[in-house]
Design a binder for this molecule. Structure first.
Ligand code: PLP
Length: 213
């Protein structure tokens, strides 16, 4: 079995002293038994990409550990928003107006405002989610003015098999243009580059929990 605590602590060592970096431990596909050692280390931020799986795994754990912050990092369907609030404290994957409007309604109903990242299609890939760069400023304005969302930053998943650096640099530029201070970027293979380019939320799965089947 993977030594998750050792893996976790190695990454914590690497980011020690970088106070602004939040490590989101991505736990998708892994059972709570595999995750619990990291919870017991006192870690508070965990990421899931599927709402159903997150409900099964985290509703009861969050009652036992009220300090835990859950991050939704995967595609969110509008019909699932009602389950997302208030289970998830952060949504990293806002990428369309219909979803923005749905979250707006739901956050009033639940009296709970999640912290939200706008996902940017930074590589301009047809198959990938995210707002196009050319539409970003307009989308951001509508999110705050019309929908009163708590947008804290931008998020991206850069193209695979590529050097992520140019995408990370672009993300930082977009983020500065909008005056946003948080950026969710960097995964197991590229988080050190992401940090160099100004990431504040790194999302790491396999490097802590091992390969997913
Ligand atoms: C799975 C996933 C991660 C973590 O990926 P690893 O390469 O295992 O670190 C990060 N972000 C998103 C959006 C993911 O779906």
């Amino acid at each position: 079995m993977e030594n998750v605590v050792k893996n976790f602590n190695l990454i914590k060592q690497e980011i020690i002293g970088k106070k602004k970096i939040k490590l989101v431990a991505v736990t998708k596909t892994f059972p709570i038994s595999h995750i619990l050692p990291v919870i017991n280390e006192g870690h508070t931020d965990f990421g899931e990409n599927k709402v159903q799986e997150a409900m099964e795994k985290w509703i009861s754990i969050k009652k036992d550990f009220p300090k835990i912050n859950l991050h939704l990092i995967g595609k969110l369907q509008t019909n699932k928003v009602k389950f997302v609030l208030p289970l998830f404290d952060y949504i990293h994957s806002l990428d369309n107006l219909k979803l923005a409007s749905k979250i707006a309604d739901e956050q009033i109903k639940k009296n709970f405002k999640p912290k939200i990242f706008i996902q940017v299609n930074i590589g301009d890939e047809a198959q990938k989610g995210g707002i196009e760069i050319s539409n970003l400023e307009n989308f951001y304005k509508r999110c705050i003015e019309e929908f009163k969302l708590n947008i804290i930053g931008l998020m991206c998943i850069p193209p695979f098999d590529n050097d992520s650096n140019p995408y990370f640099i672009k993300m930082r530029e977009l983020s500065e243009n909008l005056g946003l201070k948080d950026i969710s970027m960097g995964m197991s293979d590229d988080y050190m580059d992401a940090i160099k380019q100004g990431s504040t939320f790194i999302r790491i799965g396999s490097k802590i929990f091992g390969a997913r089947s």
